[in-house]
Design a protein around this ligand. Structure first.
Ligand code: ADP
Ligand code: MG
Ligand code: MG
Length: 920
């Protein structure tokens, strides 16, 4: 049998439902007939009044587009068959001068893509059929109005003529007649517009692009309704590949190869007088989830008028009270119930009432805010419509971000003066500062600040912590500023190219504006939108309670239930007591990564510098001891905040030179001083020393476990600080669950030797305190060799933590800090990569993780495997981690609630989908 391209929906002439769904559910059918088509069919099947029509499949669109806009064999004949069938079902013919059939042509992809293509209404009108419409309706004004609207829409949407030209002609007519409103024009006025509109068409259509409409050498508005129909269908198919549709798909991660369906549907008219109306509605409140009918309608109006805001709409609750619309209004309220009962979700819908008769034109699952999603899911569970598992799948994890960070007060009014990338969610307001030191100074003085930098560096860390938000003029969504800000949960807008930052003079000028910002000038940023605002915008603070807590508790019930598939833990990456506390408050079951390098910054930088640079062994030793003391204090705080929960402490990881001053700065200083005749012998020695620590590829250099092999005393110091803090707390009656992690392991012999050293130190401390200690020792898996040789390495390891940032860099050979500014845009453009591999786990890197997990379990059946890279908080990656068999993910404290929800959803998804509604 030949491939089927077209599916029918609605009734036949005898009122029997003749909908074809190919035996599929809506979720299956939408891949063929698109969301709109599948739901029109579904509504017809459950007995709702749907104007009849047919749907040309998405696959036809794909075939048409990939053949270079050529119809596949046989489809045009099939369309003709279905068109005739529709005419028979309606007892009317397209273009008929007695009783014409009019149709709408509507696009509808598997995913809703608002604004992809406008709908063409009233198709089938021409100089003959407009007479038929007049005869049938006894309403010449309505008929001429419909005709001139059709010419406008068809020319604009299908033929690419600027709609404004028609609008101008209409306005000119109104001026001639001395009236203000369209409704004040009479039938003759509207009729007189038709030749003018046709002339606009002839003057503006590109005859090379549309040879079908060329008559006698120039474009003529097509009178043939079949040609009108074919051109409209082609335009819908073409709209799939317009730049705005492509961009929308890119932003919303919708595949490019789905295509859109075309729905051809019999017109119904909401503009036939005061017993006619059109409207849009939601079955519940999409803003806050309240169980109330929500929407607007307009009496005597057509199609887009409601959304276009030309006239003031009325709230849907008025509909059953409106004279002439009472019956249809009541029926609509009944339809709300039928839809919710059938779909068990909050639905949005479009309807039209033609002379008292209700018609349903569209329904789909309603888009909603996070607040509304939570409330609707919980209410629907309580109403017995859905199971807890379904409720948990009804909230998009990414959406929770809206609730977890401060936001601009939705009632605040403000103007955006510059825009950048929405790099880290949440809003902030504060005085402009240009350096880390100034952010610190503001903080000390109790003044909120926004750190404004060209791009941030590890040196800015302190200032990033102290500022309320971060704003940069360079760098993308995986720039240093963006990554660190997300990790800290700080709002960040980056890549605001309009900003010209003059940090030395503490001013910012803005391209294309005369705004000049000085230190302390208050600005506000919204890291969820990329907006930058002059002055203060009031903020509202988040709270982890109420509905959010309920859904997260339900998610945990599922996530931690061993009878319903594997348990998936959620831990946090935190390195100070405040963040540890936040992690616990947000529901983390432990700390998956405590990066100790942050403990070497600030006042302590001098100590580590002394250790690295001093010639004198006593000085070296003393600095180390002081560092150890300071670290121990930090660990005491961390372990207390996480009492009874696992805390994985990672030994020092970054290249040592990150703790040293920049030799180029020193070089400049020396040059200046020597020019002034000063003696700089000492400084020159220091410079030589600093230079000796410079590496061509520091990320592949002296770092990770290599540090402890070159400087064993560094490991002893760290282990002693970690272990003695643990022992001390045990003595005080606490229950610390400390674990030690070695970074950047590649060889079995590395971990074997370092483990031995750590165990010896633990033994020493244990003896000194007289406390039994059980401290697991594991390693990061962040080099391909480690993943490949995981079986051997696991012989010496109690746990693996996949560090996917480094693992991605070393697997792909991409330097994260460089890739984004150089070749990544080309890679996205050319679709070499579809998603950012540093944000969402790359498939190749996933293979390494898979290898690591399998080998790890072979080498040590009790090994615990987790992930602690940035992708640990990304819902899509969490699904992959569940399927790869990881025991937990660890992410920024702020993303813990998102990860809890995503992990529960991953588990549900990989275990056959949500269970049906429970019997209660
Ligand atoms: P969008 O996807 O942009 O919402 P639609 O295809 O839903 O576009 O069409 C927009 C509007 O046009 C509908 O809400 C409805 O008011 C009107 N419309 C579409 N088809 C018909 C029809 N057959 N009869 C009456 N109005 C229609
Ligand atoms: Mg619509
Ligand atoms: Mg690493």
């Amino acid at each position: 049998m030949a491939e089927k391209h077209i599916y029918r929906f609605g009734n036949d002439a005898n009122g029997n439902n003749v909908t074809e769904t190919a035996g599929k559910t809506v979720d299956e059918a939408k891949w063929i007939t698109g969301g709109k088509g599948a739901n029109l069919a579904e509504m017809a099947n459950i007995g709702l009044p749907v104007p009849p029509g047919f749907t040309i499949s998405c696959q036809t669109c794909v075939a048409y587009s990939s053949a270079g806009n050529v119809w596949p064999d046989g489809v045009l004949d099939e369309i003709d068959k279905y068109r005739k069938d529709l005419e028979e079902r309606m007892g009317k013919k397209l273009g008929d001068k007695g009783d014409p059939l009019l149709v709408s042509v509507r696009s509808g992809a598997p995913f809703s893509m608002p604004g992809m293509m406008d709908t063409v209404l009233n198709l089938g009108l021409n100089d003959d059929s407009v007479q038929g419409l007049i005869k049938q309706t006894n309403n010449p004004r309505f008929a001429w109005d419909s005709y001139r609207r059709f010419i406008t829409m068809f020319s604009d949407v299908v033929m690419g003529v600027d709609g404004q030209l028609f609008e101008d002609a209409l306005n000119k007519k109104k001026a001639e007649k001395g009236v203000k409103l369209d409704t004040e024009l009479d039938a003759d006025d509207l009729k007189s517009l038709i030749p003018i509109y046709k002339q606009i068409f002839s003057d503006n259509v590109d005859s090379k692009k549309y040879p079908e409409v060329v008559v006698g050498g120039k474009p003529v508005f097509p009178t043939d309704p079949y040609l009108q129909l074919r051109l409209a269908e082609q335009a819908v198919f073409g709209s799939w590949n317009t730049p705005r549709a492509i961009l929308y798909r890119q932003q919303n991660k919708i595949p490019d190869d789905l295509g859109t369906a075309v729905n051809v549907q019999v017109m119904v008219f909401g503009n036939k007088g005061n017993t006619s109306a059109t409207g849009v509605a939601f079955t519940r409140n999409p803003a806050d989830g309240t169980n109330e009918r929500y929407g607007d309608f307009l009496v005597n109006a057509q199609g887009e008028d409601v959304v276009a805001g030309i006239r003031n709409t009325q709230p849907i609750s008025e509909l059953p009270k409106t004279p002439g619309l009472e019956e249809a209004g009541k029926e609509l309220y009944h339809v709300f119930e039928i839809l919710e009962d059938h779909y068990a979700d909050m639905m949005d819908l479009e309807f039209t009432i033609e002379q008292g008769k209700l018609w349903m034109l569209q329904t789909r699952v309603g888009k909603r805010t996070a607040l509304s999603a939570l409330k609707v899911a919980i209410d629907m569970y309580n109403e017995g419509r859905i199971s807890k598992e379904t409720a948990v799948t009804r909230v998009a994890p990414e959406q929770l971000d809206q609730l977890l960070h401060p936001q601009f007060d939705p009632n605040a009014k403000y103007d955006v003066f510059a825009k950048g990338l929405n790099a880290s969610p949440g809003a902030a307001t504060g005085g402009v500062v240009f350096s880390s030191e100034d952010a610190e100074k503001f903080k000390k003085e109790g003044k909120p600040s926004i750190l404004v930098r060209w791009e941030t560096t590890p040196d800015d860390l302190k200032g990033m912590v102290d500022a309320e938000g971060i704003l940069t003029s360079h760098g993308g969504k995986t720039s240093h500023a963006a990554v660190i800000a997300r990790g800290m949960g700080a709002p960040c807008v980056c890549g605001v190219e309009a900003l010209n930052i003059d940090a030395p003079n503490r001013t910012v000028t803005v391209s294309g504006s005369d705004v000049v910002l000085h230190e302390g000038d208050v600005i506000s940023i919204d890291g969820s939108t990329g907006d930058v605002i002059l002055g203060e915008v009031p903020l509202i603070r988040p709270q982890l309670g109420g509905d959010l807590k309920t859904i997260l508790d339900w998610a945990d019930e599922i996530r931690l239930n061993p009878k319903r598939g594997r348990i998936m833990g959620v831990r946090a990456n935190a390195d100070n007591p405040a963040d540890a506390q936040l992690s616990a408050d947000n529901g983390a079951e432990g700390i998956g990564l405590d990066r100790t390098e942050h403990m070497f910054l600030g006042d302590r930088k001098q100590l580590i510098q002394n250790f690295i640079l001093a010639e004198d062994d006593d000085v070296k030793k003393e600095s180390l001891e002081k560092l150890g003391e300071a670290q121990k204090g930090d660990f005491l705080g961390m372990f207390k905040a996480m009492d009874g929960k696992t805390v994985i402490v990672r030994l020092l990881d970054p290249p040592l030179h990150e703790f040293l001053d920049n030799p180029r700065d020193l070089e400049v200083e020396i040059a200046k001083e020597e020019a002034a005749g000063k003696d700089c012998t000492k400084k020159r020695e220091l410079l030589t020393k600093l230079d000796s620590f410079q590496e061509a590829n520091p990320m592949l250099g002296l770092r990770g476990c290599r540090l402890g092999l070159v400087y064993p005393e560094l490991n002893d110091m760290q282990v002693r600080a970690i272990v003695s803090a643990t022992a001390e707390l045990i003595q005080q009656g606490y229950h610390p669950k400390t674990e030690i992690m070695i970074p950047l392991i590649a060889f079995e012999e590395e971990i074997k030797q370092i483990r031995k050293q750590i165990e010896d130190e633990i033994k020493k401390v244990s003896d000194e305190y007289g406390v039994e200690l059980d401290i697991p020792i594991g390693n990061m898996v962040e080099l391909p060799r480690c993943a490949i040789m995981s079986e051997d390495i696991a012989h010496h390891s109690d746990f693996f933590s996949f560090g996917t940032n480094d693992l991605t860099q070393t697997c792909l050979g991409f330097s994260r800090d460089d890739a984004e500014g150089t070749f990544m845009p080309v890679y996205f453009d050319r679709k070499i990569v579809k998603t950012n591999p540093f944000a969402t786990l790359d498939k190749g890197v996933a293979q390494l993780v898979d290898m690591g997990v399998r080998g790890g379990h072979k080498g040590n059946p009790n090994i615990i495997c987790g992930v602690c890279g940035e992708t640990g908080g990304d819902p899509e990656s969490i699904q992959m981690y569940y399927d790869l068999g990881l025991d937990y993910v660890s992410c920024s404290p702020y993303r813990v609630p998102i990860a809890r929800l995503a992990a529960a959803q991953a588990k549900i998804h990989s275990n056959g989908g949500p269970v049906p509604v429970e019997k209660r």
